[in-house]
Design a protein around this ligand. Structure first.
Ligand code: AGP
Length: 618
């Protein structure tokens, strides 16, 4: 949560940092702020609301937009309501030091009391204002420079932080540090300028060279000097690794679509191809995945697979439970990372833990990984963001290569996660002798057809939009599915509630009779996934039961279906495929349905209220 960015160099910093903040708004958008150093003093502008609101207020004060050094922030509120005062940047009592911070200082209350006893006063309710005053106190007490003061102060805090700090009395540097929240440092040509950000998106048009700080690392960034990364704990130098960015500008722009979410829905055919590219050689009947191949004995001898994830990624994990058990005959447990981490779970060295996360930064998933590792489990990561904390924390893994997902509602992350998990399940199924060579080969051929089938499905957008216009004003909605499509029902409900704020629940279709059926009347739409394989007849019976109670059925069926068509109020057809691949198709109309309902209701689809893309706090 929260995005931070900064610039130091020879260009005007304001447009760079403001554009950077816009790209980071997926991390939170409760408030926005910027500090510019104009050569004489620090100019701070901040406001409740979005980066666009910040631009609005700075429009009136051009003097606050000039300077070659800036730090900026876009906030997802933790301590203190979203208002102007609690917005970042925060300034120390003397006015000398300025900070932007992503994370939570857990012992802020104790530190605050201590600082108050020494005469410090506070304007805001934030933990960040405590941190900047702690740094100021250390600087005064030790009579040291900013870098040293930051280093000492950070040894006194518990919690998580990614910070950028500036000292108006020594205005030639920005000090950055991280623990639990990401920091990327972009390096300009010959060290003539530097960029700082929560991810690399704010600076991709300026440089491809980046350093990702590891936990408990810090750096003092000065123009014309190489970046030296140090350990917060003891100030020792680390081996600085400069990486080459793979990201390009096109990937993080809307490309003609009205919303990122719509763009990302439409990107799924390509994203899935990018996920299996180079890994699945369908014609030769081979799946190559170095993260699995290098540890194949562990996978083949695993007693159990435990999947940990949150939200949509957890839903992908549930699909994987069906896949691994069905195809590879390995027992699977799927856990909410937030529960798993505090449950004293039984984990052995013969367990494989698979952590799924689009962002690779989800705090609970990260904590679950650390717990599993401490108990001796082998941990495999399925992440989208290259170089993310989870990707680095796991023993091995596979990137989904879906490209940046900016809409807060996950779409292509879900289908590409399922694709990776399918590849692993198929590979293990074959290696364990559970799938014959010819069956394995034919599955690969079928998987290769999925992207074009999604293209076909995307063409029915108009039909889905029409259904959306009929149901956009309902207060509640139910989603039902069975087997591989039960998690899709959960995911469909999550998509609807998070972007349209309509209450929605997903259930296994057979569970309906155990409670949810009481909700059904003539006003209740029920989205039922009733593809022709698996439990088709049983789901048809559920549809009959709903119709007898006058519920409205929106059914997702296989092309050519006759039975459901006669009973349902609306049917959306998906192309024929093998049952295990159906989640990759049935998901698409559910994404479109939520999208259109939210747009018709005038909601902010890409930045729904109260949410943030990466949940980097508990
Ligand atoms: C889904 O639309 C949400 N944005 C959310 O549930 C998300 O999937 C969850 O926070 C997990 O994020 P991660 O995949 O980045 O770990």
């Amino acid at each position: 949560m929260c995005g931070i960015t900064g610039y130091i160099g020879y260009r005007e910093a304001y447009p760079i940092v403001v554009k950077g903040l816009q790209r980071l708004e997926y991390r939170g958008y409760d408030s926005a702020g910027i500090m510019l150093f104009d050569g004489a003093k620090a100019q701070v502008s901040k406001t409740k609301g979005k980066v666009a609101d910040l631009e609005e207020i700075t429009l009136q004060s051009p003097e606050k937009k000039s300077g070659n050094i800036a730090i900026g922030h876009t906030r997802w509120a933790t301590h203190g309501v979203p208002n102007d005062v609690n917005s970042h940047p925060h300034t120390s009592v003397s006015g000398d030091l300025v900070i932007v911070h992503n994370g939570i200082i857990e012992n802020y209350d104790t530190l605050k009391k201590e600082l108050i006893s020494r005469g410090y006063t506070f304007q805001s309710d934030t933990d960040t204002e405590v941190l900047i005053n702690l740094i100021e106190e250390v600087k005064k007490h030790e009579n040291c420079k900013l870098g040293k003061a930051v280093q000492i102060a950070l040894t006194q805090v518990t919690g998580a932080y990614a910070i950028a700090v500036f000292d108006t009395k020594k205005p030639n540097e920005i000090v950055v540090a991280r623990l639990g929240s990401p920091i990327a440092i972009g390096i300009g040509k010959d060290n003539s300028e530097f960029f700082v950000a929560s991810d690399a998106s704010p600076f991709i048009e300026y440089t491809k060279e980046v350093i990702y700080l590891e936990d408990e690392e810090m750096a003092i960034i000065q123009v014309n000097k190489e970046v030296a990364v140090r350990k917060v704990k003891d100030d020792s130098l680390t081996d600085t690794k400069i990486q080459q960015l793979q990201l390009n500008l096109e990937q993080i722009e809307k490309g003609g679509y009205e919303h990122f979410m719509l763009k990302e829905i439409h990107e799924q055919p390509k994203a899935i191809i990018d996920t299996y590219r180079g890994r699945m050689l369908a014609d030769e009947g081979i799946i190559k995945m170095s993260g699995v191949d290098d540890h194949i004995e562990k996978f083949l001898n695993a007693d159990r697979i435990i999947i940990v994830a949150c939200g949509t990624s957890w839903h992908a994990g549930l699909v994987a439970e069906y896949l691994f058990e069905d195809i590879a005959r390995i027992p699977v447990e799927v856990e909410y990372a937030s529960e798993f981490r505090y449950r004293n779970p039984i984990i052995t060295e013969k367990d494989i833990v698979i952590a799924i996360s689009q962002s690779g930064e989800t705090a609970d998933t990260l904590a679950a990984i650390k717990l599993a590792k401490s108990k001796g489990a082998f941990v495999f990561g399925v992440c989208n963001v290259v170089g993310s904390s989870i990707a680095r924390e796991t023993h091995a893994g596979a990137y989904t290569h879906a490209g940046p997902e900016i809409g807060v509602a996950s779409t292509k992350a879900f289908t590409t996660q399922i694709t990776i998990l399918l590849l692993i399940a198929l590979k293990l199924g074959k290696e364990k002798g559970k799938l014959s060579k010819s069956v394995f080969h034919s599955y690969l051929q079928m998987l290769q057809l999925i992207p074009s089938k999604i293209e076909e499905l995307l063409a029915i957008d108009g039909q889905v939009k029409h259904i959306a216009s009929i149901y956009k004003d309902v207060p509640n909605c139910l989603y039902l599915g069975r087997g591989f499509n039960f998690p899709v029902a959960l995911e469909g409900a999550l998509k609807l509630k998070e972007i349209s704020y309509i209450h929605a629940e997903g259930y296994p279709a057979a569970e309906m009779k155990h409670g949810p059926i009481a909700l059904i009347d003539e006003n209740m739409p029920i989205v039922v996934i009733a593809t022709n394989k698996g439990h088709y007849e049983k789901v048809v019976s559920n549809i009959q039961e709903i119709k007898s109670r006058e519920g409205k059925i929106i059914a997702i069926v296989t092309k050519g279906d006759i039975t459901v068509k006669e009973i349902a109020d609306h049917v959306i057809e998906i192309p024929e495929t093998e049952e295990m691949f159906t989640p990759l198709l049935t998901t698409i109309p559910l994404q479109l349905l939520s999208y259109h309902i939210a747009v018709l209701l005038g909601k902010n689809v890409d930045q729904p209220r109260n949410l943030a893309k990466s949940v980097t706090v508990e």
